[in-house]
Design a protein around this ligand. Structure first.
Ligand SMILES: [Zn+2]
Ligand SMILES: [Zn+2]
Length: 383
């Protein structure tokens, strides 16, 4: 298989910086998707699908002989955070920025596309998938639920995430669980407002809110190495309105529940819901619960992990499985339900700002080694 050229690398770096200037949020990645489609068309794929699960884009490169389909995934979305770093390619959109490095993941796949455009794999097909809405956990399932996903259904699926705190050239990879299952629980309480001078005439959710917060966070516990590990984090709370004349009649609470398996998460969800129901009943309130940002646990299958291991060794990466599993969630986990899948984490630099930090910027020197790793994966499975 052909190699990446210096020009491929330079163009991908330029393109990454361009994407960085124009971030779009989860589910709203229309302009980014256009930019991606243009870039992929230039590589001359055999097929290009757009509008997958919303704004998703996929390019398909077909080998001469039949064989398996290898899917490699990148993400289109940025974050609703103001960028405080000052790279020359700083975000031009107030309050939005590529602070998870999805611009870099896209640029990596664009470099792979350049090579595939010049030379197809011998067997099978490569699908380069740019999925929407990873940050909200909605994108992967939307892409998989799209009827046209049948056209790109993989036999093996791969993805990578950059990992600040680890040197460029190191990789974190392991079989089994790599990311937690999590769910965002939104609880609303409704009582009755009253004049602030006679709060006894109303029904305030204050007591429910203040007792429920420690009850819910108390459901968490254990170290990440314990099978019973769980974390419950209150991420937002609102009681009444910002006024001095009204005793509050409504409240809202956002809580993120996290566990090592989908089953364990279901258990915690059930207990949390019971806490809410009982507390509301005691206080004479009505309560409503809804969920968003739902992530399955992300599990790496043995076969794709073996493929990645060989690719990383060929490219001279240093392997480290010690930090697994990570506490954070990844919606790549959804692909594990349809094909053997694996996600690898590639060091982004030891002194690098963390993911979602306001001064984070994807390290451009990771694009070439990451793209070479995926080219070795394609060779391994399809040559
Ligand atoms: Zn992120
Ligand atoms: Zn990310």
């Amino acid at each position: 298989m052909q190699e990446l050229s210096e020009r491929d690398i330079a163009e991908s770096i330029d393109w990454r910086r361009r994407l960085h200037r124009y971030p779009e949020l989860s589910g709203e990645e229309a302009a980014t998707a256009c930019e991606v489609a243009d870039r992929l068309v230039a590589s001359g794929p055999d097929r290009l699908l757009t509008g997958l699960g919303g704004t998703g884009v996929a390019a398909v490169y077909v080998g001469a002989a039949s064989g398996p389909t290898v899917l490699i995934r990148a993400e289109l979305d940025a974050l609703p955070i103001e960028e405080l770093g000052s790279p020359p390619h700083v975000s031009t959109v107030p309050g939005k920025a590529h602070l998870c490095g999805h611009d870099g993941h896209m640029a990596t796949l664009a470099a792979v596309a350049q090579v595939l455009g010049r030379e197809r794999p011998r067997h099978g097909r490569v699908v380069l998938l740019f999925q929407p809405a990873e940050e909200t956990g909605a994108g992967a399932s939307a892409v998989i639920a799209d009827p046209r996903f049948a056209e790109i259904r993989p036999d093996l699926a791969f993805a990578y995430h950059n990992l600040p705190g680890f040197a460029v050239g190191t990789a974190v990879l392991g079989e089994g669980l790599v990311n937690c299952a999590s769910a965002g629980m939104r609880i609303t309480f409704l009582g009755r407002t009253a004049h602030a001078s006679s709060p006894e005439d109303g029904i305030s959710p204050m007591g429910a809110l203040s007792s429920l917060m420690p009850m819910l966070t108390g459901l968490g516990g254990g170290a990440i190495t314990d099978p019973d590990f769980a974390r419950v984090t209150v991420t937002h709370a609102r009681l009444g309105e910002p006024s001095f004349g009204i005793a509050p009649g409504a409240a809202e609470l956002y809580v993120t529940l996290r566990a090592l398996s989908n089953d364990r998460l279901r258990g915690i969800r059930w207990i949390a819901e019971e806490f809410v129901r009982v507390t509301a009943e005691e206080q004479g309130l009505s309560a409503d619960i809804s969920y968003r940002d739902e992530f399955d646990a992300c599990e790496n299958a043995a076969v794709p992990v073996g493929v990645l291991r060989r690719a990383l060794a060929t490219e001279g990466f240093v392997l480290d499985a010690s930090p697994l599993p990570f506490r954070f969630s990844e919606d790549f986990g959804r692909f594990g339900a349809i094909a053997p899948s694996a996600m690898v984490f590639l060091g982004a630099g030891t002194d690098h700002a963390g993911l979602h930090n306001p001064d984070y910027d994807f390290p451009d020197d990771l694009i070439a080694p990451a793209a070479r790793m995926f080219l070795r994966v394609i060779e391994d499975v399809l040559e």
